[in-house]
Structures are given as C-alpha cells and as structure tokens.
Design a binder for this molecule. Sequence first.
Ligand code: FES
Length: 166
Amino acid sequence: MAEENKTTPVLPNDNVDRRQFFAKLGLGSLSIAAAGTAAFAYQFLSPNVLYEPSPIVNAGNPDRYPLDSVTLDVNTGIYLIHSQEGYFALSAVCTHLGCLTAWKPELGIIACPCHGSKFTRYGVKIEGPAPRPLPWKRVWLNDDGDLLVDRSTDVPPLQRDSFLRV
Ligand code: FES
C-alpha cells in the first residue's frame, strides 16, 4: 500500500499572500485610525458657534395693519401697532418672568396669562407683578417700503412718543 501524503501542499506564493494580507489589514487599520483622528480634529478646530436668527424682523407692508390695530406675531414675540399717531412695535414678552402676552381687543389691553400683569397698548403697566413696561422696539421702513423691527434695540423711554408715520 502506498503511503499517503497527509500534509497540504505548500504553494509557492502562500507566505507572500499571508504577508500581503496582514500588510493590507495593517494599512486598513491605520487608515481608519487616521480618518477618526481627522474627523475629531475637524470637529475640535471648527468654531463652536450657535447661529441665532437675525433680530431684524420684516413685518411686511404697512397696509397689512389697519388703523387702531394691535397685531401679535407669535413667532417673533412682537406687537406691531398702528395707532392714530403712527406705527410702533412692542415686545410681547412680559417683563415679569418672560411669558408671551396676548392682546385682548374686548378690553383694549395687553394681558399676561401667567400672573395677571396688564399693559396698555403703549406697553405701560396697568397692574400686576411686571416690574417694567413692555419695551418699545425700533421700527423703520426699508427701501421696498416694508416695516422692519429690530428686536435687539429698545427705544429709550424718553423717545417713546416717536411714532413712524408712513
Ligand atoms: S410672567 Fe407675566 S405676570 Fe408673570
């Protein structure tokens, strides 16, 4: 009986293939590590800035606001008021604890639903715990004739009789 050869035949390129395999595995690992490092470095070096919407609000054409109207924009927290004297804007955020106030046309006042502060349509406090009147915001017309309101700029108290006339 002939002796059987039980060992697997060794191919001439077997060692080279294994070496290439481990070399590629090492390169792949290094590539993954390098990509992770690059991603971390990019995140570390990019500015950590919170982008806020512009404080300038385009309230549209003045014709949108009938005479003697008080219009609340809940998205911007601004009242646009068209009175006999002209246009002006008020912050709708209560000066007590920051609740959004609401215009009550049946009473002709601005009321805060949280703790009961009440204001005139000019922002003057009538009653309640609010420590200050509702601040006036700067209003002007842009070149297209739209009303712009700057939510970041309060009108100084002594200038609160300066209405925008269109
Ligand atoms: S938050 Fe308006 S009265 Fe308190």
